[in-house]
Design a protein around this ligand. Sequence first.
Ligand code: PLP
Length: 439
Amino acid sequence: TDETTDLDARTKDLDRAHVFHSWSAQAALDPMVIAGGSGTTVWDHAGTRYLDFSSQLVNVNIGHQHPAVVRAIQEQAATLATIGPATANLARGEAARRIVERAPDGFEKVFFTNGGADANENAIRLARLHTGRDTVLSTYRSYHGNTGAAIVSTGDWRRIPNRYARGHVHFFGPYLYRTEFWAASPEEECERALRHLERVIQAEGPTTVAAILLETIPGTAGVLVPPPGYLAGVRALADRYGIVLILDEVMAGFGRTGRWFAFDGYDVMPDLITFAKGVNSGYVPVGGVIISDPIAAQFDEEVFPGGLTYSGHPLAAASIIGALDAMADEGIVDHAARVGSESIGPALHALAERHDVIGEVRGEGVFWALELVADRATREPLPAAAMGSLKSGLVARGLLPFVSENRIHVVPPCVVTTAEVDQAAAIYDEAFTDLARAR
Ligand code: PLP
């Protein structure tokens, strides 16, 4: 109707006039209007519907407007909408208990933050206080958030204009498709990447290194599933040199891989776990650090020098309880594993057989990437212009994609159905066919 079309227009006008957007030059922006959603679908005011195969920023794991999560927030809002972090609050305690119940033995405490960046910020602070050391090692292919230490831990270009924090050193993690180590097999990539990391530790001075900060599966950098043995090897290096291992599970955690934590699929035990996104699917901003007993014990008597007005906010806590209980009751994590292995994986591999532009298919659960190339032999990345037209082709056909550099990340909510996967696969197929015709 005219009225709903006007609402879309008014939303755009207000946005253009007053909203300053992330990571962008503002003038050329033309953001999509989204007014509502349910499950894997979102729509604008006029009712144009899109399949959300981005989960927004890969965070809406439980899908849009899950009624149990909405209800939990509404009920908490009616009871106590806010309360300071120094109080004891039932919702906060219940949320923390549900989180540590899913963590390995030896993790009993949660420090709540406002999101993923400040979770990493505080994990780094804990590691530095625990070791009395300064240096934080992280990979070039990583994203850890947009605050002081988190953005400088980040490997991609976003750290470069933001280098205010000290003590950050980067290394290369394993990525066989674009190996830095001339490796020809996952075994070689693993062995050489570990050797490289050990040399970096030695060259920096092992007694200066506080933490190794790693995404269990680097997400924004391309869903870089580590080769067997890599994470166990990093753990062994951390032990050898007395370094704290922080696993960033902000994107990979809480169902994305078809497991509660991505590291549950590997032979590795972190010292600190950071989380955000999937823990409550972003219905209220929240994140946190799950702290292993030896590090937590240090602060039994010693003052922890950190805090936030909204640490353990009751609306966030209620949303965590609602989300984790619904995920457990409805078998949502198992569903994500199954839909990944039975539906998404086979569909993406079938696309790769039909379209030369797909250089590699990687992933598991609802956490996949298609690496697109101009030439399969040279693996030259598909140029930005082609990525741009692919993106608009997908949107025009009713699919919200997650596009990063030369990749499409296939990252729907954990609740995506087989029928929706089929629908999305048909849309990707048409968009790749158009692209091939145009090139
Ligand atoms: N860590 C990882 C692995 C992420 O993917 C992100 C966000 O994309 C963050 C940290 C930062 O989280 P937030 O944007 O909630 O601060």
